[in-house]
Ligand binder design. Structure first.
Ligand SMILES: NC(=O)C1=CN([C@@H]2O[C@H](COP(=O)(O)OP(=O)(O)OC[C@H]3O[C@@H](n4cnc5c(N)ncnc54)[C@H](OP(=O)(O)O)[C@@H]3O)[C@@H](O)[C@H]2O)C=CC1
Ligand SMILES: CC(=O)N[C@@H](CCC(=O)OP(=O)(O)O)C(=O)O
Length: 345
């Protein structure tokens, strides 16, 4: 059994992770932490677990007494809050999967500029592998620290990767319009996510300044071997889970839709969690699952390629991808504990 600790188990990402690890046949949860609910039964915080579990949340400070009981910790904390615990775990030879954003951006000045936080674990930045298995599977297998990708970047990178690799598109005109459910903003109290503030309304936010822009640009630039800048606009939509990303691209060559489908299908043919589908993706078809659905259309009139992807922000966009990474790091079937479709409605 893989013994795990969850740091920040009371957040939405942490809860999704607890759920997946609780039903995982090869993982065992040894401890969970909370900032505000320390010493409370987890099933009093999340009552869906009543009668199933007896875990009690511990304080972050008490992790030092428990660290030797685990093989890996997952950190699911607000950005800037994971440095000490990550350093401590790695010094104790415990692997780390950071679901937050503190180890994704490789250039420290870029991190500090976009996150407005000083990076306090710089020596691990280069060692941390960007945990998108569809890009870095082999490196993840032998890593001891994985930076789990952001939810929007997961949906955008999976949508764009084959088109970039095959040099199908003009790299100077990538436009991405993404929409997220409100759980993407986490469970912490925040006026913008109150029911009366965000239901029955849709808004763009973070225009030109969302912190996922440098993350997406970093990975797209690595894929294509040249610096890429994107226009990325996220939107908040009145649903709980899900991300739908629509990428608007200018085709470089005269290539038809059928051929691009072939390229995408072949590119993802061995991927357990990417489905290239003929219909237009909807978040409900991936909700609660680790699947990313991708579809595309060619607009011959304007010479454009439009790629649409859908994920569950808390599963393929966070906890599911983290479990996928754990499976890879510990040499077990990559899809262990994740082989289920979405549940609709
Ligand atoms: N929500 C999503 O869709 C996704 C989130 N992420 C990332 O995962 C991380 C967690 O996000 P999410 O679960 O949504 O956030 P939440 O606000 O729901 O949860 C945050 C967690 O961190 C704990 N916490 C809060 N403040 C501190 C602190 N100062 N020190 C230590 N622990 C603290 C909270 O404890 P308590 O509950 O006790 O207050 C809670 O367990 C973030 O970095 C986020 O960006 C990544 C991908 C998707
Ligand atoms: C709807 C919403 O607010 N979404 C969050 C994205 C959450 C996330 O996954 O971001 P990180 O893991 O990079 O922190 C946001 O826009 O900040």
């Amino acid at each position: 059994m893989i013994k795990v600790g969850i740091i920040g188990a009371t957040g939405y990402a942490g809860q999704s992770l607890f759920y997946l690890l609780h039903i995982h046949s090869k993982a065992c949860i040894e401890f969970i932490t909370s900032h505000n609910y320390a010493d409370m039964d987890y099933s009093d915080v999340y009552k869906n677990y009543k009668g199933f579990i007896s875990d009690v949340c511990i304080k972050e400070d008490d992790v030092k007494y428990k660290i030797n009981s685990v093989d890996v910790i997952f950190t699911a904390l607000p950005h800037g809050k994971s440095f000490d615990i990550v350093k401590f775990a790695l010094e104790k030879n415990v692997k780390v999967i950071d679901i937050g954003s503190d180890f994704r951006i490789k250039d420290v000045l870029t991190y500090e500029k976009w996150y407005k936080v000083k990076h306090e674990a710089q020596k691990y930045l280069n060692e941390a592998i960007y945990g998108l298995p569809e890009i870095n599977r082999e490196k993840i297998k032998s890593s001891r620290i994985v930076a789990n990708p952001g939810c929007y970047p997961t949906s955008c990178l999976l949508a764009l990767m084959p088109a970039l690799k095959e040099d199908l598109i003009d790299k100077t005109s990538i436009i991405i319009d993404s929409k997220s459910g409100v759980s993407g903003a986490g469970r912490a109290a925040n006026i913008g996510t109150l029911f009366c503030e965000c239901s029955e309304s849709i808004k763009a936010y973070g225009v030109c300044e969302h912190r996922h822009i440098p993350e997406i640009e970093q990975e797209l630039s690595n894929i294509s071997g040249e610096e890429i800048n994107i226009i990325f606009t996220p939107h908040l939509v009145p649903m709980i889970r899900g991300i739908l990303s629509v990428c608007y691209l200018r085709l470089k060559k005269d290539i038809d839709e059928e051929m691009i489908y072939k390229i995408y299908k072949s590119y993802y043919s061995n991927e357990p969690f990417v489905r290239v589908v003929p219909y237009l993706p909807e978040t409900r078809y991936v909700k609660g699952s680790n699947i990313c659905d991708i579809s595309l259309r060619v607009d011959k009139r304007t010479g454009s390629l439009i790629i649409i992807s859908a994920i569950d922000n808390l599963i393929k966009g966070a906890a599911g991808q983290a479990v996928q990474n754990m499976n890879l790091m510990f040499g077990i079937d990559e899809a262990s504990g994740l082989k289920f479709p979405s549940m609709i409605p």
